[in-house]
Design a protein around this ligand. Structure first.
Ligand code: SIN
Length: 358
């Protein structure tokens, strides 16, 4: 036991010495970038170097991720924190609140210039949009993942991480909202989505367009984001420990009201309808959504199509039904904005304004 305790103290002392050594090694000419690791395939390992499906996500720690890319020390003073170690299908509202609070705390420090968040790709676009709405800083926040585990031949994680750190350290990335950096491309957190189950270049912003490229490890921007974000939003999560329950009901041929009725019975505060086409409401679904609204549930009409503006008063009379439309947001991103909107108001006109603002 005694030995165990002294071994523990030795480890603590060594840790302190490493921390001090790296603090002394910090180059004052370089930006200080903190990597917040949450898990995902970028931290995944497979049984062999050819295992690119059926591997285990979220096994490698943040220090190992950093040590795998020593080139990063030339472009930034990099430090790391393991905030979670999960596959991103398990990302929850509680994870988001904890992550956002940590990001806001770090970015309030003068000696932190940018943040990189390593994340599973499956829900990366959702975390990016959530942070885009609640981070209270103009400093760069960059989400990054990989499609191949760290043990794979041509793993994409190290190059993606290098680019993400370069982006978080870049003055060009300041004030652009939360960014996603994958496969030599820079995307806006609001607009990007995962578009392919397994391909490396899965992150796309097909019609609105990506913001820029990386070339030679340097970011090049070509577009600004038009929608308000970060410091310009009205959302404050600093004192929140939970978010209002909002779910998504999916439409398809032959769909009935079962899912909608179940969500309402479960007490949801908001419901996003992922409708077909321009958000059309099947005849069997419309009465259920209307009844949900009559019970106080805020209903947002979105589309499962993936591109385009959801026309207000187009396929349904939203004024009459007292519904909100999702604008260009995907159902999964509309869910996020609706949760945050419901922390401020139940007024559907106000919530519609938010959907046209963010
Ligand atoms: C995950 O989202 O955690 C697993 C898949 C991935 O990161 O690509």
């Amino acid at each position: 036991m005694l030995f165990h305790k002294s071994a523990q103290s030795m480890v603590a002392l060594l840790g302190l010495m490493v921390a001090l050594a790296s603090a002394h090694a910090a180059d004052p000419k370089l930006a200080n970038v903190t990597i917040l690791a949450t898990g995902g395939t970028i931290a995944g390992t497979g049984a062999t170097s050819t295992t690119t499906v059926g591997y285990t996500a979220a096994t490698v720690g943040v220090q190992t991720l950093i040590q795998a890319v020593p080139e990063m020390t030339k472009i930034a003073n990099v430090s790391g924190e393991q905030v979670f170690q999960i596959a991103s299908e398990n990302m929850s509202n509680e994870h988001w609140l904890a992550l956002a609070k940590r990001v806001n705390t770090l970015l309030a420090q003068k000696d932190v210039h940018g943040i990189v968040i390593t994340h599973g790709t499956d829900t990366l676009e959702e975390t990016a949009y959530f942070l885009n709405l609640v981070v209270k800083s103009k400093k760069p926040v960059v989400l990054v993942g990989s499609m191949r585990p760290s043990t794979a031949i041509s793993a994409d994680g190290p190059a993606n991480l290098y680019n993400a750190v370069a982006l978080a350290a870049s003055p060009d990335a300041v004030g652009r909202g939360v960014l996603v950096s994958m496969s030599d491309q820079i995307h806006a957190g609001r607009d990007v989505s995962k578009s392919n189950t397994t391909m490396v270049d899965t992150f796309r912003t097909p019609e609105l367009g990506m913001l820029g490229y990386f070339q030679g490890g340097k970011p090049f921007f070509y577009r600004q984001v038009a929608r308000k974000h970060t410091t310009e939003t009205e959302f404050d999560i600093s004192s929140l420990n939970a978010l209002p329950q909002v779910d998504v009901a999916y439409a398809y041929a032959n769909v009935g009201p079962t899912a909608i009725d179940a969500f309402v019975a479960a007490g949801v505060k908001g419901l996003v309808h992922a409708g077909v086409g321009n958000g059309s409401l099947p005849a069997k679904v419309r009465p259920a959504l209307s009844a949900a609204r009559a019970k106080g549930v805020v209903v947002v009409r979105a589309s499962r199509v993936g591109q385009g503006i959801l026309a207000r008063n187009g396929e349904a009379n939203d004024d009459e039904l007292d519904f909100v439309v999702a604008d260009t947001l995907s159902p999964q991103k509309a869910r996020i904005l609706l949760m945050l909107a419901l922390t401020k108001t139940n007024n559907t006109k106000e919530i519609q304004r938010m959907f046209y603002t963010y």
